[in-house]
Design a protein. Structure first.
Lengths: 430, 306
């Protein structure tokens, strides 16, 4: 029997509403005890004094670019990036080449994840065939193959009737429909948030209402169909207000934001650094404050990374031509700590729930909490550690992050997935 | 000493701006001489690097450089070769290897001049980066306004037309506000950028209302593709609402003047009779442009007066 005993750490486990000094015993691949002063003969003991232990993070939204773009990322490299950032489960978005719209591709991803054996990979399949927004995919077959949700991420399902049918059909399986809420007619080819800074810099703006109008439409459709809607990468004040109201009205909606939407605002574009070009764009300070409020009052359920790797050659292009997206798996926790905990004074329970139990509930998976009997997925965090995100440290195949070479605070120093030690303080990351 | 590069008007102090304008006034005298050349930049190599066509601006810079005895190399890169994959950074590395002293860049993308400047030891002059800035145009406009009115405090300048896509409008707004002028903008709301009022400019939709109140009326070139993207319904209606027509300019103050950065769409945003009329300073702007660009090159290339 393989036993690991983690002693003396501060356990933050929102799923059990627990924040305090506890020991954790892992037996084989499961958590077997969480309690005070556990003694267990024959266990490998790890002293976690001064460190924080949380469930492993679950990212509802990342791009692993596999299949199709092994120059940007693969399941293997993306998993390594995830592990370095504390993630034990990654939901990979289906806008790959080819897109994840059939069981064959879902099978490929699941087999590849088993082969690399790094972290849990949950494929999200497309809502519509070829991601064209017209005919819905075979939800049943895809779920049977292992898909955990559906999304045409990268594009809104523009035709409201198609989305209506997708939402209705999803009720057979009670799976979430992950919507990318941006009206492309309003956003056009804008490269940053429309407003003061776009006006100052002469960069073409995409307005926040491009997000708000689709959020409003989707909430109405969710209410009408009674299906489960999950709104991706919420970035605007208007969207937060609409979702808050819909939740009060009992609509079955959940949503996520990303670290860059509470950490940066559109002033960052003054650098003309294409690594700040993301979709939806970094919004105004007022929007950023609204995102923080949404996180605080629970309107926003999850923090997802929208990790979007791109090659240097792509990001070196001029602003209008460079693709949208920044990497985020390796830096998400630092931004959570620096902004939400240190600066906005969120409690650890408040933020960790958005990385663990809340995404687990949306996926309806028995993950994301430190409960005896559940798989032993946990992250060990040094909240005070200062570190620099240098090229040498990057695990992703891409380095399109504006945080590259910046000093960050707070780091995952240990990670266990399914009882398997990926690394512990002092060890090197696998 | 100003910064190494001139990338925009934003961030320049009034003192910085006046330094360019004062020197440009001096160079106007040089241009009047029988042999209008000074040896100030002898041995310096200036590259004009134009990623979008602008014959006038490129010629104006070339003449300015030649009047200062610099060697000038003109380079126009069609947008097709950019699409083929020649990135700005690649171009920058090539330029660096060729050891030029200064680069004048025109590019369709905002921030392009900054991207280049961040890579080069050579000084960089922004000759227009997308809808962002066109600092030498604004400086020559300011020079022209000062020649006529002698001061900026309390002077009222109205910019008419497609403010949203105009680098000329942005650079002029930054410069005019820095020097203490009052700035108004006038155009259809579809061509006015969001939150422009935060730059302390007065916003008008009705040109007949606005035109009476200002000392300088600056028309902008209307790009015909804006109609195709649905920002205004027709050239006819644009001219009726925002054109500087013979009729409309009768409402101007007696001493008020008309400016335009060129090239003009004659008969659209400005009637030929108005462009060529006695209120127009358009050719004066073109002439001042050479002297002003001499001043910019002189300052940034570290010129010496012998």
């Amino acid at each position: 029997m393989n036993r690991i005993l983690i002693k003396g750490g501060r356990v933050v486990d929102p799923g059990s509403n627990r924040d305090g000094k506890f020991d954790i015993l892992i037996t084989n691949n499961k958590i077997t005890r969480v309690g005070k002063k556990i003694v267990q003969k024959g266990a490998r003991v790890f002293n976690a004094r001064g460190l924080i232990i949380t469930p492993g993070f679950i990212d509802l939204h990342c791009h692993l670019r596999d299949p199709g773009r092994p120059d940007e990322e693969t399941i293997e490299s993306g998993s390594r990036a995830g592990i370095a950032g504390g993630f034990t489960t990654l939901c990979c978005m289906p806008n790959t080449e080819p897109v994840i719209d059939n069981e064959g591709i879902v099978n490929y991803i699941i087999k590849e994840a088993l082969r690399v054996r790094l972290c849990r990979i949950f494929p999200i399949a497309t809502i519509t065939k070829r991601r064209e927004g017209e005919e819905i995919t075979e939800f049943g077959e895809l779920i049977r193959a292992g898909a955990k949700g559906f999304s045409d991420d990268g594009d809104t399902v523009a035709d409201a009737n198609v989305l209506r049918h997708a939402l209705e059909y999803s009720k057979i399986f009670d799976v979430p429909i992950f919507e990318h809420p941006i009206d492309n007619n309003l956003a056009q080819d804008g490269v940053m948030n429309e407003g003061y800074y776009a006006t100052k810099l002469g960069l073409k703006g995409a307005p926040a209402i491009a997000e708000d109008v689709i959020v409003a439409r989707d909430l109405l459709l969710a209410k009408f169909t009674g299906a489960r809607l999950h709104l991706c990468h919420i970035s605007s004040k208007g969207a937060v207000q609409l979702i808050r109201k819909a939740k009060q009205d009992g609509v079955r909606v959940t949503c996520e934001t990303c670290p860059h939407y509470f950490y940066f605002n559109d002033q960052a574009l003054e650098t003309f650094d294409t690594n700040y070009k993301v979709n939806p764009p970094l919004r105004s300070e007022e929007d950023r404050q609204a995102i923080i409020e949404g996180l605080r009052d629970g309107t926003i359920d999850c923090i997802a990374t929208d990790h979007a790797p791109h090659t240097q050659a792509e990001k070196e292009l001029e602003f209008a031509r460079a693709p949208s997206g920044m990497t985020g798996l390796e830096t998400a926790l630092s931004l959570v700590i620096m902004e939400l905990i240190n600066h906005q004074h969120f409690s650890w329970l408040e933020v960790i729930e958005k990385l663990t139990i809340n995404p687990a509930r949306i996926l309806k998976e028995e993950l994301g909490r430190l409960k005896p009997g559940l798989p032993a997925d946990l992250a060990i965090i040094d909240p005070e550690k200062r570190w620099r995100y240098t090229e040498a440290k990057v695990k992703s195949l891409s380095r399109n992050s504006p945080l590259l070479n910046k000093e960050l605070k707070g780091k995952v120093v240990g990670l266990i997935i399914n009882g398997e030690i990926k690394f512990l303080p002092g060890d090197k990351v696998v | 000493m100003p910064e190494k590069n001139l990338l925009g008007i934003e961030g320049l102090s009034a003192e910085d701006i006046y330094k360019y304008l004062d020197l440009a006034d001096n160079f106007l005298g040089v241009l009047e001489r029988p042999i209008p050349i000074v040896p100030a930049l002898r041995g310096k190599t200036i590259l004009t690097l134009f990623f979008e066509p602008s014959t006038r601006t490129q010629i104006s810079f070339s003449i300015a450089a030649k009047r200062l005895s610099a060697d000038v190399v003109n380079f126009s890169i069609s947008s097709s070769s950019v699409i083929k994959g020649e990135t700005l950074l690649d171009t920058a590395k090539n330029i660096e290897a060729m050891k030029v002293d200064g680069v004048i860049i025109r590019h369709s993308v905002p921030g392009a001049a900054k991207v280049l400047a961040d890579q080069l030891d050579a000084f960089v002059i922004n000759a227009g980066d997308g809808g962002h800035e066109h600092p030498t145009q604004a400086l020559l406009d300011l020079m022209t306004i000062r020649q006529r009115f002698g001061k900026f405090k309390g002077l009222k300048v109205l910019i008419v037309g497609d403010i949203a896509h105009s680098r000329v409008a942005r650079s002029n707004i930054f410069g005019l506000k820095t020097l203490g002028a009052e700035v108004g903008i006038c155009g259809p709301p579809t061509l006015l950028p969001l939150e422009i009022e935060k730059f302390s400019v007065q916003v008008f939709y009705d040109l007949d209302e606005a035109i009476k109140r200002f000392d300088v009326i600056m028309a902008l070139r209307i790009q015909l593709e804006r109609q195709e993207s649905g920002l205004f319904p027709s050239i006819r209606e644009y001219r009726n609402l925002y054109g500087l027509t013979k009729q409309r300019i009768k409402q101007m103050k007696p001493n008020a003047v008309i400016m335009h950065p060129g090239p003009t769409n004659r008969g659209i945003e400005i009637d030929p009779e108005v462009a060529d009329g006695n209120k127009s300073l358009i050719l004066r702007q073109v002439k001042n442009g050479v002297a002003l660009r001499m001043a910019v090159l002189f300052i940034h290339a570290g010129g010496k007066i012998e």
